[in-house]
Design a protein around this ligand. Structure first.
Ligand code: ATP
Ligand code: MG
Length: 586
């Protein structure tokens, strides 16, 4: 972590360039409006001074009227400028942050599976939305305002110095001392706010995890444990807020004290100067007015520096996130032929973590002819799902080569690969969208007749007929469908995509016999004319395989044609058949 108040100018500049350049005219207009509003604020007291001095010199009522009219005009124009600037700044900020949000979301989607395993969705939301929210002002007015306010304060101090150097010096001293103290306090408070945000990211990550696991938590009676954890996080957050507020409160009160000092100086010095006649009443007014005027910008600078530092923390995190690069890259591209494809693993090894000692797959070699179906068996944790994830290129093997239709899959683009391989995982993800969108995966070009034909093919037509609005019924993510129906829906997706290779990671949950029969039937249809890898948990599905492979601790311990293995009484497969697949594998 970088030191909180060491401002990473380059990262700032890059973000500003990337997200303001596309809306340059609007951003420039905003800059002009903001500077104009600051300049107008400086102009008004000079008019009042003219008014007062004219009144004292008794130079006639017309002058007073015109001064008053000018004063009002300037005040009104300033209000209009402020409104316009606010509008423009919201506009610029939203355009920039929305573009950044979209870029970050896309970036995250492109990152490796290992990245997504590491970060909880709640944490990512906090990055893509929470951190970006912090940047809204940064993009629109922060830089201009900070600059403008510094200019304003400097301008006032110069005007005061010109008016009377002793007065100017005293007030400059008080202001400088105040700013230094502020800067010091700020450097203390920022890390504390940052720790608060970290705690919040973790809190939301946990909440997201708990909400996802509501069923498990309830069924295992873990509510008291979760509540205790929640309480601990909330307490942690509370402590962090208090720690930050302890410093923050000094920051809140500091400007008030600085100004008390400035007024005292102005009274003492102004009084003497007025008594010996070296100041007019108008000049005296201007001095007090300017001290008052400097108050706003100083508060503003304080706010803006804090915001800049908060933005710093967010920018550092966003830059970090943008810096993470996927390790899976597209190859030059391959055109796979239509129809079933051959699959080959050559000496494939793989480990998830950086530690090569923890290999999940070891020297896997096999070859599937186009159109054959492989039944993959093995105890839980033996590496079956992992093997299929490699074929899909969620991860790259740490050794060896995987070929699809004799091409190294690393030579293909990921979209080409995923177009030609279909996968049904153990858990089917439903989206909160219509049945049609859930089936076509948001591809609106698929005609309804095709969708309906596929629904009939997998045997979901009865279910569809029972839905209130047919294909337009909105499904709730995660709910509403039985495990069997969800599997069938996933099959239907594959039918629509019509890939050459199908991977089926069968759900190990038990289904009722009727649903099981429907699934078997659908698997039959699914495998026809395609190469298949089925991770089977049911005897029925295994019977469909042409070849059988048994994995144990990442190694192939048996591999051959199903008929041969079943006939050989000494094989592990026939042993499994005798004792019952479900008992051994579950
Ligand atoms: P099951 O029958 O229970 O689905 P499986 O054969 O599919 O088991 P895999 O999911 O391939 O088993 O897991 C193989 C090994 O890899 C296990 O020891 C598991 O703990 C480990 N593993 C799986 N996924 C990851 C991951 N994302 N990061 C680290 N290790 C993992
Ligand atoms: Mg698995």
């Amino acid at each position: 972590m970088e030191r909180a108040n060491a401002i990473p100018i380059r990262a700032y500049a890059r973000l500003l360039r990337d997200y303001l350049q596309p809306q340059m005219p609007r951003a420039l207009l905003l800059g002009v409006l903001l500077l104009a509003s600051i300049a107008l604020r400086l102009a008004n007291p000079q008019i009042v001074r003219y008014f007062l001095d004219s009144a004292e010199a008794q130079t006639g009522i017309e002058r007073l009227f015109s001064a008053a009219a000018l004063f009002m005009a300037v005040a009104i124009v300033r209000q209009i400028v402020v409104v316009a600037a606010t509008y423009a700044s919201e506009n610029v900020a939203w355009t920039a942050t929305n573009a950044l949000r979209a870029d970050l979301a896309l970036h995250c989607l492109k990152l490796d599976m290992s990245f997504h395993k590491q970060y909880k969705p709640g944490e990512l939301i906090e990055r893509v939305d929470g951190d970006v929210n912090q940047l809204a002002n940064f993009f629109s007015q922060l830089v201009v305002n900070l600059f403008g306010n510094l200019l304003l304060v400097a301008g006032v101090l110069v005007l005061l110095l010109l008016q009377d150097w002793r007065l100017g010096l005293a007030i400059t001293g008080a202001t400088l001392a105040g700013l230094l103290a502020l800067n010091w306090l700020n450097s203390r408070v920022i890390p504390r706010w940052e720790r608060l945000r970290e705690t919040e990211a973790q809190l939301f990550g946990s909440i997201e995890e708990w909400l996802n696991g509501t069923e498990e938590i309830r069924s295992s009676g873990a509510e008291p444990y979760i509540l205790r954890r929640l309480y601990m996080w909330l307490r942690e957050r509370w402590l962090r807020v208090i720690a930050a507020m302890r410093v923050q409160v000094w920051i809140f009160t500091l400007p008030i004290n600085v100004f008390a000092l400035a007024y005292v100086a102005a009274h003492l010095i102004g009084n003497t100067l007025f008594s010996d006649g070296s100041l007019t009443i108008g000049a005296l007014f201007v001095i007090f007015y300017y001290i008052d005027l400097v108050k706003g910008p100083l508060w503003g600078i304080l706010d803006q520096v804090q915001e800049l530092q908060r933005a710093t923390a967010s920018i550092v995190r966003i830059t970090e996130l943008r810096g993470i690069q996927p390790t899976i890259h597209d190859g030059p591209g391959v055109t796979f032929p239509a129809g079933p494809l051959a699959v080959a693993f050559e000496d494939v090894s793989f480990h998830y973590a950086d530690d090569p000692a923890s290999r999940v797959l070891k020297d896997i070699t096999f070859r599937l002819q186009p159109g054959t179906v492989l039944g993959l068996l093995g105890r839980t944790g033996s590496g079956k799902s992992t093997l299929t994830r490699l074929l899909f290129r969620f991860y790259d093997p740490s050794g060896g080569t995987i070929r699809l239709d004799a091409e190294d899959i690393r030579r293909a683009r990921q979209t080409e690969l995923r177009d030609r391989i279909g996968m049904v995982t153990q858990e089917v993800q439903l989206f909160r969208a219509t049945v049609r969108q859930n089936l076509t995966l948001f591809d609106d070009t698929v005609p309804d007749e095709r969708v309906l034909a596929v629904v009939r093919e997998v045997g979901l037509d009865g279910w569809l007929a029972g839905l209130p609005r047919g294909l337009d019924t909105v499904l709730e993510s995660g709910g509403g469908l039985s495990a069997g129906e969800a599997q069938l829906l996933a099959f239907a997706r594959i039918f629509l995509a019509d890939p050459g290779v199908v991977i089926l990671d069968e759900a190990s949950s038990r289904l009722d016999p009727a649903t099981e029969a429907r699934i078997e039937h659908a698997v039959d249809r699914l495998m026809a004319g395609r190469t298949g890898i089925i991770i089977a948990h049911r005897l029925g599905t295994v019977q469909r395989a042409d070849e059988i492979m048994i994995l144990d601790e990442g190694r192939i311990i048996e591999y051959g044609a199903r008929a041969d293995l079943a006939a050989d009484a000494a094989s592990r497969f026939s042993q499994l058949l005798r004792t019952g697949l479900e008992e051994v594998m579950a």
